[in-house]
Design a protein around this ligand. Structure first.
Ligand code: LLP
Length: 463
C-alpha cells in the first residue's frame, strides 16, 4: 500500500505522521462501489441508504453498532460464483466467514453448497434445512462427537486433516455401518502472499498433510485401504485474502501431480479436487479483486492443462469462497461518541463498538475504509483513527482514514466490507453485547441475528 505525505485538514500539521494512508480522497462524500455493497447509495438529502432504506432510519429502528447486510448483493454473488464455475464444478460457501439460518436458506435457494468447520456450524446448516449431502465438514481437530454427528447426518464429504483422523473417521463410519465420502487435505508448500495468520499452505503450520516427503501419498495409501472411507479427492486451501492467482496455480498443479501418482500407484483416478477459498476482496479503493469468472477460468484452465499433460481425466473441481461472497455485502454502522484531535498526529474518533465487533484490524493489521453516512459534509479532510470503546489502546477499527473535519458526536459513520469474519469473530470483551445482523432488501429490513442482551450474558453466568 502506498504511503505519502499530503496536506490534511486544518487540524493537522503540513506533513502527516507515519501511517498506511494515501492521499485524502477528493470527495469525502463519494462512495466507492468497489468497497460498498451493491445497493448502497447516497440519496439526494445526503443520507446513505442500503436496499432502499436510509441509515438514519435503520439506526433508529435497530440501534448501533449493527451490521447491515445487502441480501440482493449476497444472492447476486452466490449466483455469479455458481455461474462462473458452471455444471462441472461445485461452489461451497465457507460458513466460517458468516453463518446464520437465513444465510443457509439463501445458499440453498441459490444452488450453493456449504463448508462447515464445527459442530455449531453443522447444527446451523442442518437446522436451516441444508441437505446433508451438500455439506462439507472441515477442521484440523474435529471431535469424535462432531465426526459422529457428521457421519450420522450423512454429510457429502469430510475433509481429513491428519493421519489420526483418517483412522478415526474410518472407524466411526464403519461402526455406523456407513462408507463416508472423504477428501484428504494436503499442504502444497506454497507461500501465499497474505498475513501470516491466514496463510495455510506453507509447511510450518497446523493444517493438512504435506505433499513433501511423500506424506500425502502415504495418507492416500492408508485411506484407500479402509472400508469405512470412500476417498473421493484431494483438498488444498492456501490461505485467505489473496489477490495473486499464482499460488492457486501452483497448488492446482501439485494436487494434479498427486492425482497422477495415485493413478500410477493404485490404478485409481480420484474424481474430485477442491482448491479451497481465499479470494481477496476490496477493503479500500486500493484493492483490486478478481471476478469469479476470471478465477474460474484460470483455475479450470490450469487443471485441464495439467490433467492433459498427465493423461488424466479432469476431476470435478470445487472451491470454497467465504469472504468473497459475504464480505462486500455488509457494513457496520456506528454512532460517533467523541472526537479527539491530537495536535500534529491525528484525530481519534470513538464509536460505540470496536474490537468486539471487528477484531481484524487488531489481529491482522487489516485496513478498512470509513465514511460519514448520516449527512454530507464539505469540510476539509481530517486524518482520523476510528477506535472503539474497549479498555485497550489496540482497540482500533480503522487505523488511518479521512473523515470530514466537522465530524461530531451523534454522526453516523459506516465501515464497509465487514460481512466476513466480523460478526463471526465477534466477542463479548468487556461484556460488550454482540451487535445484530440486519438483512436489507427492497425497502425492507429484518433482523437475522439479533443483538445480544445483558440477559443473554447473565444467563451463561451461573455462579
Ligand atoms: N476453505 C477452508 C478450508 C478455509 O480454511 C477457509 C478459511 C475458507 C475455505 C474460506 O476462505 P475465504 O474465502 O473466506 O478467504 N479470520 C481470517 C480468515 C481466516 C480464514 C480461515 N479459513 C480473516 O478475518 O481474515
Amino acid at each position: 500500500m502506498s504511503r505519502s505525505a499530503h496536506p490534511a485538514g486544518p487540524r493537522h500539521a503540513d506533513v502527516l505522521p507515519e501511517g498506511h494512508y494515501t492521499a485524502p480522497p477528493t470527495d469525502l462524500n463519494a462512495l466507492d462501489p468497489k468497497v460498498w455493497a451493491n445497493t448502497v447509495t447516497r440519496n439526494e438529502d445526503g443520507v446513505v441508504s442500503v436496499g432502499g432504506i436510509e441509515v438514519t432510519r435503520l439506526a433508529e429502528e435497530f440501534g448501533t453498532p449493527a451490521y447491515f447486510l445487502d441480501e440482493a448483493d449476497f444472492r447476486a454473488r452466490c449466483r455469479a460464483w455458481a455461474a462462473a464455475f458452471g455444471r462441472d464444478a461445485d461452489v461451497f460457501y465457507a460458513g466460517k466467514a458468516f453463518l446464520s439460518r437465513a444465510i443457509v436458506r439463501w445458499l440453498k435457494e441459490e444452488g450453493l453448497n456449504l463448508d462447515v468447520c464445527s459442530g455449531g456450524e453443522l447444527a446451523t446448516a442442518l437446522a436451516a434445512g441444508m441437505p446433508a449431502e451438500r455439506i462439507a465438514f472441515h477442521g484440523n481437530n474435529k471431535s469424535v462427537e462432531e465426526i459422529e454427528r457428521a457421519v450420522e447426518a450423512g454429510v457429502g464429504r469430510i475433509v481429513l486433516d491428519s493421519f489420526q483422523e483418517i483412522v478415526r473417521v474410518a472407524h466411526i463410519a464403519q461402526r455406523a455401518g456407513k462408507r463416508q465420502r472423504v477428501q484428504i487435505r494436503v499442504t502444497v508448500g506454497v507461500e501465499a502472499h497474505t498475513h501470516e495468520f491466514i496463510a495455510t499452505a506453507h509447511e510450518d503450520q497446523k493444517f493438512g498433510i504435506a505433499l513433501a516427503g511423500g506424506q500425502a501419498a502415504e495418507a492416500v495409501r492408508r485411506a484407500l485401504k479402509l472400508d469405512g472411507l470412500e476417498l473421493i479427492g484431494i483438498h488444498s486451501h492456501i490461505g485467505s485474502q489473496i489477490f495473486d492467482m499464482a499460488g492457486f496455480e501452483v497448488s492446482a498443479r501439485r494436487v494434479v501431480q498427486l492425482l497422477a501418482e495415485v493413478r500410477d500407484e493404485h490404478g485409481v483416478e480420484l474424481p474430485e479436487i477442491d482448491l479451497g477459498g481465499g479470494l481477496g476482496i476490496a477493503y479500500t479503493s486500493e484493492d483490486d479483486p478478481r471476478e469469479p469468472h476470471e478465477i474460474a477460468k484460470s483455475l479450470t484452465e490450469i487443471v485441464t492443462r495439467e490433467c492433459e499433460a498427465a493423461g488424466l481425466r479432469p476431476p470435478r473441481i470445487s472451491v470454497e469462497p467465504g469472504r468473497a461472497i459475504v464480505g462486500p455485502t455488509a457494513f457496520t454502522l456506528y454512532e460517533v461518541g467523541t472526537v479527539k484531535p491530537l495536535e500534529g498526529l491525528r484525530t481519534y474518533v470513538s464509536v460505540d463498538g470496536g474490537m468486539s465487533d471487528n477484531i481484524r484490524t487488531a489481529l491482522y493489521d487489516a485496513e478498512y475504509s470509513v465514511a460519514l453516512v448520516s449527512r454530507t459534509s464539505e469540510a476539509a479532510p481530517m486524518l482520523s483513527r476510528v477506535v472503539g470503546k474497549h479498555c485497550e489502546s489496540g482497540d482500533i477499527v480503522v487505523k488511518d482514514a479521512f473523515l470530514p473535519a466537522d465530524l461530531a458526536p451523534g454522526d453516523l459513520i459506516a465501515v464497509p466490507a465487514t460481512g466476513a469474519y466480523c460478526r463471526s469473530m465477534a466477542s463479548n470483551y468487556n461484556h460488550a453485547l454482540r451487535p445484530p445482523v440486519v438483512a436489507v432488501a427492497d425497502g425492507e429490513a429484518r433482523v437475522i441475528v439479533r443483538r445480544e442482551t445483558e440477559e443473554d450474558l447473565l444467563r451463561l453466568d451461573v455462579g
